[in-house]
Ligand binder design. Structure first.
Ligand code: DGL
Length: 263
């Protein structure tokens, strides 16, 4: 039986979902969270859809057995390939996904030029094609895969010359496009937002889906009568690279995530 004291699980392939957790903590400070980073299997964005679906189901089923009241897939890649199948198998459960924030981005100007940065798998999936179909006429949309970027974040390398050089090279084709906006369509990317903006030349609006995902989580819990009105909120970190240790202090996820949440 689900009750309001149960934790909300927040899941990503690794550290990226911390950007969503930050918004969740801001909006729902009384809630208990389990943050699950599958760092042993990151990155997801260059795997096959079947592999990522399987990994997502396996994490979900483990956390469901432990007892959670909602599951936030704080990963665009896992959402693309698994959210529909999970909801179909568990229609009563609260399962929230994240998707590239194209909707607000296309409203930022009259027919703006918008780049969507995401993993190769997110951009390949049907879900992204559907999103493009909904908003693609209102803007010049440039889907842009960023293989290799997640690995910087997973190492905790979110600033510095190495990262900047990598991004300057990767994003050079976009610098010529006179972008009005960029959508960070992978939850790892907000963690390196400053370096991305710098590589694009500085004059660009940035959108990501984390605040919208947090608002949707709150809405869903509210309408199910499952908000926790007590005051015992907190976060437990689980890093799949340290399977037997919750809050493992040797884990980059735990150290880096803790610092990022306080920043
Ligand atoms: N953070 C994830 C996303 O939002 C996936 C990154 C990866 O593991 O490739 O897409």
């Amino acid at each position: 039986m689900v009750d309001c004291k149960m934790p909300i699980a927040v899941f990503d392939s690794g550290l990226g979902g911390i950007s969503v957790l930050k918004e969740l903590l801001r909006l729902l400070p009384n809630e208990n969270f389990i943050y699950y980073g599958d760092t042993a299997n990151a990155p997801y964005g260059v795997k096959s859809a079947e592999q990522v679906r399987e990994l997502t189901f396996s994490v979900y089923e483990r956390l469901k057995t432990r007892g959670i009241k909602a599951f936030v897939i704080a990963c665009n890649t896992a959402t693309s390939v698994a959210v529909a199948a999970l909801r179909e198998k568990y229609p009563r459960d609260i399962i929230i996904g994240v998707e590239p924030a194209l909707k607000p981005a296309v409203l930022c100007a009259q027919h703006p030029t918008v780049a969507v940065l995401a993993t190769p798998l997110t951009l390949k999936e049907e879900k992204f094609a559907t999103l493009m179909g909904r908003f693609g006429d209102d803007a010049e949309v440039i889907p842009f895969a960023c293989p290799g970027l997640v690995e910087f974040v997973e190492r905790g390398e979110i600033m510095g010359d190495g990262l900047q050089e990598f991004l300057n090279g990767l994003l050079a084709p976009l610098k010529r496009e006179q972008l009005d906006a960029v959508v960070l369509g992978c939850t790892h990317y907000p963690l390196v937002k400053d370096a991305i903006v710098e590589a694009l030349g500085g004059e660009v609006l940035v959108f990501d889906g984390s605040a919208g995902t947090a608002r949707e989580t709150k809405r869903r819990l509210e309408s199910a009568g499952l908000l926790n009105n007590g005051s015992d909120g907190g976060v437990v970190f689980i890093d799949s690279a340290y399977p037997n240790t919750e809050n493992a202090d040797r884990s980059t996820l735990m150290r880096f995530g803790g610092e990022y949440l306080c920043s």
